[in-house]
Design a protein around this ligand. Structure first.
Ligand SMILES: Cc1cc2nc3c(=O)[nH]c(=O)nc-3n(C[C@H](O)[C@H](O)[C@H](O)COP(=O)(O)OP(=O)(O)OC[C@H]3O[C@@H](n4cnc5c(N)ncnc54)[C@H](O)[C@@H]3O)c2cc1C
Length: 316
């Protein structure tokens, strides 16, 4: 077993937390904030009041590690929790504004809500977002996509606050988008994004959205406690096919299971621990490597303290 060590904040270091107008909460379980519904507590959760408050926090938070949590639909929190500050954007970051053929949305707005909002204003281009269960911040950070379209295809610009507290507007060309990845300035927080939209027919837009939702329902366990695709598709291969060929469909460790419906999805069937889920993922990577010689790279972001049965040491 490989122990994963993280910087600990001594309790006295709480005093070094910047004085903010937003809210700090201490020792709150993160399980309820993620789709997997597993994982230990965050030492501190910080909900900024607004952009200026967040700028002040980032400028002055120099001794304590922090992590930005969106809707938690792509994140696995380990059982030992997160030693540091989890930044959770709330209502002050969920505005949606239409300007001509652009839609400006706060990073905390949910993809689904944004897609519906665009449809209600007869704007097309964001139909695919109705099926992705994350927030806009998470969608930009992960270059989320499906059905042949990704965030990079619709983004005009994004606003971030960097680790010095400076607000910056970045163009897509500055984010080096690739498959499920944006290269963002270190430790920055995305606060809002501007998307291209096109005036269309609301009924046709709604039909397209429903079509996507139906496709999802047929092929994925959309109502399960899952993080979506566990692994990225390797070049010229589909992760689910490799997993299937390696006989991992339905594989379980404790309460963690590889979905029978879509074998690149892991499920918490009820009482799974984060450790069981992560060990199951590692077991699948090993089986796929043994069977096909292909390395699977985690798409799911894993944070916090825990120990995992790491079977493959060449990649993480
Ligand atoms: C049922 C299901 C289906 C899914 N289908 C798809 C799919 O079709 N396509 C796809 O791409 N993904 C899919 N996913 C994965 C997931 O929904 C996306 O990756 C989503 O974009 C993550 O958003 P989030 O807000 O939940 O991010 P989180 O899980 O909270 O965070 C993910 C990463 O984004 C970073 N992040 C979040 N917010 C910010 C911010 N404001 N500023 C800076 N960084 C931030 C986090 O630090 C973390 O590194 C699916 C997940 C589930 C559960």
């Amino acid at each position: 077993m490989e122990a994963v060590n993280f910087l600990k904040i001594a309790k006295t270091d709480y005093e070094s937390l910047p004085n903010v107008r937003g809210r700090y909460s201490f020792g709150i379980p993160l399980a309820s904030l993620t789709w997997f519904q597993v994982g230990g507590p965050a030492e501190v959760i910080y909900k900024p009041e607004d952009t200026a408050d967040l700028q002040h926090f980032l400028k002055n938070c120099k001794k304590i590690p922090y992590f930005i949590l969106g809707a938690g639909s792509n994140t696995l929190v380990r059982d030992g929790g997160y030693d540091g500050v989890v930044i959770k954007l709330g209502r002050g970051f969920s505005k949606m504004i239409i300007q001509n053929d652009e839609l400006i949305v706060g990073a905390a707005a949910l993809d689904r809500t944004v897609s519906m909002f665009a449809m209600q204003h007869s704007f097309s281009g964001l139909e695919f977002l109705v099926t992705i269960p994350g927030s806009i911040g998470g969608a930009v950070a992960m270059n989320a996509g499906c059905y042949g379209i990704e965030i990079k295809d619709i983004l005009n610009w994004v606003e971030i606050i960097d680790d010095q507290g400076k607000l910056q507007r970045l163009q897509p060309s500055e984010l080096n988008f690739s498959y499920r990845k944006a290269v963002l300035p270190k430790s920055c927080v995305i606060v809002c994004a501007n998307f291209k939209v096109k005036l269309g027919d609301a009924v046709a837009i709604q039909q397209k959205m429903q079509g996507y939702l139906n496709l999802r329902e047929e092929s994925q366990p959309t109502k399960g406690r899952t993080g979506g695709s566990t692994f990225k598709n390797p070049d010229n291969n589909k992760a689910w096919e490799l997993i299937d060929q390696a006989q991992c469909r339905g594989l379980t460790i404790g309460g963690a299971q590889i979905s029978e419906k879509h074998c690149n999805f892991m499920l918490n069937t009820g009482g799974a621990s984060a450790l069981e889920l992560e060990n199951l993922g590692e077991a699948v990577r090993q089986k796929v490597l043994d069977f096909s010689g292909q390395y699977l790279e985690w798409e799911i972001i894993r944070i916090g303290i825990g120990s995992v049965q790491r079977t493959i040491t060449t990649i993480t």
